[in-house]
Write a protein that binds this ligand. Structure first.
Ligand code: SF4
Length: 576
């Protein structure tokens, strides 16, 4: 049974209870949102168990049903205790997830939002070997939920390409993504050892993993050779591995293709363009649309969530909100209902390039057409002329999207449009999108979201540098930048200097009492900075390694071409 089916029957699952702790609400609120389809919990049963691509043990399955029974029928009316809400304080169930609520370092009962944890808090949790170990894997899924009624989530895309990266590098990128705030991660590998890489990511991930199965379907064959059996076989294989959500481009139909002709950038979705080629070659309807019910049956069996792909998404501002995009959106609205009828959870993917003034309209239209299914948008970029900085151009659009109702923001890194992201780019993309998501939560009035900002502002006004860096999302970087100029903690910083420090001057006007609520008074003598870690030193020094064929490493054109051949010939293995 899927989370959707449990919710419709009024049952509370361990995942709903865990999500309630993370979102600072009750399991019944989460259950009712899941039942309505406004919220999804992407949680493949194999990833939940950490079964390493196998079926969970009989003991795990029996225990699961027992937990559902206990949670659904637990006594009501608990009393708040130890800062915990009543339902949690009185919980007499051995939940297989951390029970303590979490939030930013000084969170209160009102602001216990898991998404607001800082990088060091996340690092500590990931380093804890007792934190969600799987039946057969180092880690298993710690469930989260996506939907407008909850805090905004962010997704990070990683994946090896035929010319760059390896399984170890991708697992390392997963670690970076998790510690810098990714709530879900998509493995978009199109090269290397695809199966091995996907399983390694799943086995080490505590966040839901999504894939685009069509990428694996064309390994070892051309798109024209793709047949129905392969589509179903690859979907089943990835579901068995434990993938939590699939991007399926079932909304792009044959009759939409003439609408693409007027566009500047045509089809920019890889899945959309591949399927368009298949449809034109065979003069047949989109096979993902034709097989939708069969794919749903496979996904239901493992509780894989749909992320209905926008194969016709606009690839530039000029193509945004055009008839092709809207024609596909209406098909996606139909597929949302079909997925729900099949008992499968479903969210909908949204556009990647949209002028700022059209973003809210796009969010509202999707909500209406897709019956409030969670909207998962890529950016969107609000201008096309800043390649190299597209984590910024897209974070501007993502902030507006979050404010206007997007449930999850798919990050864009500085490498968008120009190359495959490295770990540093994953960090830059995640942080840009944490900013967008948090700004959206504040603008939407998510209860308690702004407490984090207010706590940091008090520390800043008090010139309390240690507290300032403790509360900063990425205090490591903030500390490194502070110490680059002035490695003492004193009552000013290098930006304005002593005489011009308005924070210091405000503190001296005692009746204003800036920052005094915190009771911190900086020492008259400046405190020595704790010093930089190796990571902070590296951050200040340089970033990234260049490929062997880069002109910095290759002596001449001939040497560069020789190095390039090595990447082109990388062995790409077909799925078993
Ligand atoms: S010197 Fe300027 S930037 Fe630095 S703490 Fe004072 S007011 Fe803020």
């Amino acid at each position: 049974m899927t989370q959707l089916e449990y919710a419709r029957r009024g049952r509370v699952t361990p995942e709903m209870a865990r999500v309630a702790i993370r979102e600072n609400t009750t399991p019944e609120v989460i259950r009712d949102h899941v039942a309505s389809g406004r919220v999804v919990i992407p949680a493949n049963i194999r990833h939940l168990a950490g079964a390493g691509g196998a079926a969970p043990s009989a003991a795990w399955q029996a225990r699961y049903e027992q937990l559902v029974e206990q949670l659904t029928n637990r006594p009501r009316g608990g009393s708040a205790d130890n800062g915990k809400p009543g339902w949690l304080a009185d919980l007499r169930v051995d939940l297989p997830y951390p029970l303590d609520r979490a939030g930013h370092p000084t969170f209160t009962g009102r602001s216990a939002l898991w998404v607001n944890q800082t990088v060091p808090q996340r690092q500590a949790l990931l380093a804890d070997t007792d934190y969600v170990p799987g039946e057969a894997t180092p880690k298993r899924l710690d469930p989260m939920a996506i939907g407008r009624p909850l805090s905004t989530k962010i997704n990070a895309n990683i994946g090896a390409s035929p010319v760059s990266s390896s399984t170890d590098e991708e697992v390392e990128k997963l670690r970076w993504a998790q510690q810098f705030g990714a709530d879900t991660l998509m493995d978009l590998s199109t090269g290397g050892k695809l199966d091995e890489c996907r399983q390694a990511i799943l086995d080490n991930s505590t966040i839901p993993i999504g894939t685009v199965p069509i990428y694996s379907m064309i390994i070892g064959r051309s798109i024209e050779e793709l047949d129905y059996d392969t589509i179903l076989r690859v979907c089943e294989h990835q579901a068995q591995q434990g993938v939590d959500y699939f991007t399926i481009h079932a909304g792009v139909l044959k009759e939409h293709l003439p609408l693409i002709r007027k566009r500047i950038t045509g089809l920019v979705s890889r899945g959309g363009s591949l399927l368009a080629k298949w449809m034109l070659t065979h003069n047949r309807q989109n096979p993902m649309y034709e097989l939708f019910d069969e794919i749903s049956a496979i996904m239901r069996q493992y509780d894989v969530t749909y992320s209905l792909g926008d194969g016709v998404r606009p690839g530039c501002l000029a193509d945004a909100s055009d008839p092709a995009q809207l024609a596909e959106l209406h098909v996606l609205g139909e597929l949302v209902q079909r997925a729900r009828e099949a008992g499968v959870q479903v969210m909908v993917e949204g556009p990647g390039h949209v002028p700022l003034n059209e973003i809210a309209w796009n969010m509202e239209t999707q909500r209406r057409v897709c019956d409030d299914a969670p909207f998962y948008v890529l950016g969107p970029l609000v201008t096309d002329v800043f390649p190299g900085y597209d984590h910024i151009t897209s974070a501007v659009g993502a902030t507006e999207a979050a404010r206007a109702g997007a449930a999850m923001l798919c990050y864009v890194t500085p490498k968008e449009h120009v190359g495959l992201p490295k770990a540093e780019d994953v960090k830059a993309g995640c942080i840009a999108y944490k900013i967008a998501a948090h700004a959206g939560d504040i603008a939407r009035g998510i209860p308690g979201a702004q407490e984090w900002d207010d706590d940091l502002s008090r520390a800043r006004a008090a010139l309390n540098w240690p507290k300032h860096f403790e509360l900063a999302f990425d205090g490591e970087t903030a500390r490194a930048l502070h110490d680059e100029d002035l490695d003492v903690d004193t009552d000013f910083c290098a930006m304005c200097g002593h005489d011009w420090c308005s924070m210091r001057i405000s503190k001296e006007i005692v009746e204003w009492a800036s920052g005094k609520a915190e009771g911190f008074t900086p020492a008259k003598v400046a405190a020595k900075s704790p010093g930089l870690t190796q990571e902070q030193i590296r951050y200040l020094a340089h970033r990234g390694k260049k490929l062997d064929c880069h002109s910095d490493n290759a002596a001449d054109d001939q040497a560069a071409r020789k190095a390039q051949e090595k990447y082109i010939q990388l062995n790409v293995q077909a799925p078993e």
